[in-house]
Design a protein. Sequence first.
Lengths: 354, 435
Amino acid sequence: MAKVDLKFGKKLKKFGAIDFNACYNCGTCTAVCALSDEKDSFPREMVRFSVTGLSEDVKGSLKPWLCYYCGECTTYCPQEAKPGELMMSLRRYATSRYDWTGLSGLLYKNLLAYIISFLLVIAGVIGAYLSDTFTTEEWFHYGHYFEMLAIVGVFLLILTPNIFRMWLYSVQSKKKGFKLKHYFSAFGELLVHMFTQKRTLKCDDDAKNKIWWFEHFILVFGYLALLFTTVVLDWFATEVPFIIYMGYVFSGIIFIVTFDFVIRRIRKRSEKSTFSHPSDWFFVIWLFLMGVSAFAVRLLVDTGLILDNFWVYLFHVIILVQWALIIVPFGKWTHFLYRSFAMYFDKVNKLNAA
Amino acid sequence: MPNIEKKSFDALVVGGGIAGVESAINIANNGLKVLLVEKDLTIGGKMIMLSKVFPTLDCSACITTPKISEVDRHPNVTIMTNTEVLHIDKQDKHYFKAQIKEKARYVDVSNCTGCQLCEDACPVVVPDQYQYGMVGRKAAYIPFNIASPRVASIDIENCSLCGACEKACPTQCIDFTQEDKEYEIVVKSVVIATGFNLFDPLKIPRYSYGSAKNVITSMEMERHLAPTRPYNHVLRPGDGKMPDNIAYVLCTGSRDMTVGNPICSQICCMYSIKQAQLLMGALPMADVTIYYINIRSFGKGFEEFYEQAKGMGINFVKGKIGQIDELENGDLKVRYEDINQGKLVESKHDLVVLSVGAMANEDPKTMFKADTWKQDEFAFAQQKDLFYTPSLSSIDGVFLAGTTSGPMDIPDTILSSGAASMEAIRYIKQAKVEI
């Protein structure tokens, strides 16, 4: 028998949920949701789970990830219970449950822990610089290697096990047995949703939403391209003009778009940018800083001023390390994977059920 | 209208709906003089427009008209219709001065026999507001057959000034030279019975009211079901088809913060259940579905009435409608979550009735001096004390009857009017002792 657990609601507030206890269970949110359908009806069910404290059902559900925060539920909720923001906080909660290290939960719930971890990175990088262990040459060299190592390490040690746990909770626990062919036939979903985020376009056909999708789309593209340019093509050290040019474009895309995303959150331009959890701020601001600092570093390299302005490179390294060791494995970055894997797993679940 | 030579009354009752009529009769029966002021052309308010009343299923017009008739003939009651109250100023402890404006009717009421020859002669046809635009009326018209006073009126805004009615009138009572008249009267107490307004569903564009032809309000359905109905049948307005799958959307504009009305309107569940039962009689083959958040059948006999409806085969579905879209054939697709199943459902109906809520009528606010008339947070009249003195307003000597102080059904309105008139009588008698 399920037990009502009121503590769960209080816990969710730390993940950013607000007012969801005002829900009187009318289902308007589900009825106005453009992404909801007969098979996957939300968000009311998730609100119910949250109010009654069915945390295991939340953990095992993919519905938080099927929501793309169009915001209509929040606009039309007759109780102003903000179901859209609840779904957002459930994504943070789910992330914390998937994460085997438990660090995601700690950072989401505790701003101080977030800040301390950021300060530790700053102290570490500056300490390494002051200790004179590396020459300036080596700094450039190892910065590049660090990036490669961080990517491989984070993927192998943190993200892959977490995706496995997500699968365990949301697919394997639902259905005994394993049909490999379903995983093959649904695989396209993963790639399509990872690289196009096209589900956003189902929200409604208002122009604002389309602009948001386009900005987000080129941001993802710019981010992945810059990652490739810096890590594989070694942008900071390369002599090939074409690669140098590409790097400028991609880092430019990142800081221009993220600047707009920060402005959206400051001006609260739509439902989805009205409420901002610290993790949202860190995500957009750090992405912005990364784009700007990478751009500046290469510019200084090209103008031959980098050695006189080495602090710029150090700043870039600090941002990069914070990004790679905190935001990517434990922060909002993971939505890149969980969202697309959720679409994939949902399809697998449907094939399994059929 | 009778010339008010006598400009002083014991009580001024503002509003000629069932609350005002009931209060006026009560006060007048105690030997006190009452002036009943109604802004519309006829007294009777919303109740006289209804089909039947819940939970007894009495014919609404049939139980309203005896009261109307009684107040109309009462020697102690003076009725002024088509009249607005401009100001009510409290002068001292037991003495109010009121400024009222009787709008020109362009008909000499004392000579009009209600023969309707002017109506026949008038060439101008406009939508009939008393039938919610379902049929037309003339610019020279009697509001409806059981109107009181049952006399003609010229709708001067739509009148073409052709003079046909003047020629047709056998008693020469049509008078285009009439002008609005203002009076100053003196009263000892005031009863406010200005009632409520129905929620305007145009404020919820998702429900397609106004654009989809077969989405109507519950008040329009009342007219379809009333004995004095325009088509003598229940027909959907889009194409005149007899509907056979009707949906009710409860809480349209009630319990909804997004339209600024978070409270329950108290009447919609029950009037919808009543209409559904009547529809089962009017259209025996029709399916009727009521989409609700919670059914609130809290009054005497209400729960039994609800159970009776379920027994009759009316379909109750828990879930609020989120979206209504018109299909090509005029049918409607409604989208909702079936709460008991936890599933999003889209279903089709050929007629959708929006059970619109009750909103405050803020007219009294403009009648009194600023800040003396207090409203509650939903713009209904603030009661001096909800528990001990529910019919006392924020102004000493001004009493609250019916839905002025909040949504309520007809039985509660009668009770409230009884309380308000009793308080008014007490106040007037006290004044007589003191003066």
